[in-house]
Write a protein that binds this ligand. Structure first.
Ligand SMILES: [Zn+2]
Length: 289
């Protein structure tokens, strides 16, 4: 079994408690199942992603006992041709159409379908975002280990952006191509990303790629239920506070607490041996305290 931790080395990149929660849960589920935890550096945006941010994230992960120097890494910036190959395959089957519906919708990374009828356009006519037509796929149900059934409905999920207006592979296409390349069998991430499952499953089915199992985690929120943002209370993790942060994250995940006497590595090993994801089953958010 293979799992992956995904990190963007951008100015907002340093890990905070919310991103630790996801990385920790993914690594613990991997260790519990004797799986491998891999890394993915999501550095597709050359203007925002810089080596010093990547070094900072890797140092934080190491300080929290989550990676070793041997952890396998995949870097998205080296894979443009592979994403383009997947795009061309969809294009050759007549499934790609350009869409210039408002920038606002495209900036939201494609949660919405094309608002107008752009389908009749030729894919190479103009510089615009490219969408894949999903209407021919049958309705499907994907079972999440925590949230239960997630539905792909071709009426509702009619299409999705797979190539951005600026010429870069879009999130959903890059994710499924990379998951297949890294042999990812299990995706563990925040419940705010559960809405991407129908689209990612649809693209996997069109490209004949394997479909991973999903475990969506409670998202860390303010007391009023707003997702904890990096701007507000989510200060970057400090290396010297690693055990405190890990214990806090285990508490939010409703996990049993490791003995106080353990080191960072010992706490991670203990938590993996006692890992019980059923304790947060169905929970979509947990308040920061
Ligand atoms: Zn459109």
């Amino acid at each position: 079994m293979a799992y992956v931790g995904r990190f963007a080395p951008s100015p907002t990149g340093p890990l905070h408690l919310g991103s630790l929660l996801a990385a920790l849960a993914s690594a613990l589920d991997a260790a519990y199942h004797d799986g491998t935890w891999l890394l993915r550096i999501e550095d597709l945006d050359p203007h925002r992603c810089q080596p010093q941010y990547e070094r900072q994230i890797l140092a934080q992960l190491a300080a929290h006992g989550l990676i070793a120097s041997t952890t396998t890494r995949l870097r998205q910036s080296t894979r443009s041709e592979i994403y383009r190959h997947a795009l061309n395959e969809l294009k050759s089957r007549g499934l790609i159409f350009p869409c210039d519906c408002t920038r606002k919708i495209l900036a939201q990374q494609t949660e919405a379908c094309c608002e107008r009828d752009c389908r009749s356009r030729q894919p190479d006519l103009i510089q615009s975002a490219l969408r894949v037509d999903l209407t021919a796929l049958p309705r499907a149900q994907i079972l999440d280990r925590s949230l239960g059934p997630i539905i792909f409905d071709p009426e509702r999920h009619r299409d999705v952006v797979v190539w951005r207006r600026d010429g870069v592979a879009a999130y959903h296409l890059a994710v499924v191509v990379d998951d297949a390349a890294q042999g990812v069998t299990d995706v563990v991430r925040g419940a705010d990303l559960a809405s991407s499952v129908p689209w990612q499953t649809a693209i996997q089915r069109l490209l004949g790629l394997p479909e991973p199992r999903y475990l969506h985690l409670p998202v860390l929120t303010d007391a009023d239920g707003t997702k904890l943002s990096k701007r507000d209370h989510a200060a970057p993790l400090a290396d010297g506070q690693a055990i405190t942060a890990i214990r806090q994250a285990l508490g939010w995940l409703r996990q049993p607490q490791a003995p106080n006497s353990l080191t960072v590595g010992g706490t991670i090993r203990w938590a993996a041996e006692h890992w019980q994801p059923q304790r947060f089953a169905g929970l979509e958010s947990v308040a920061y305290e």
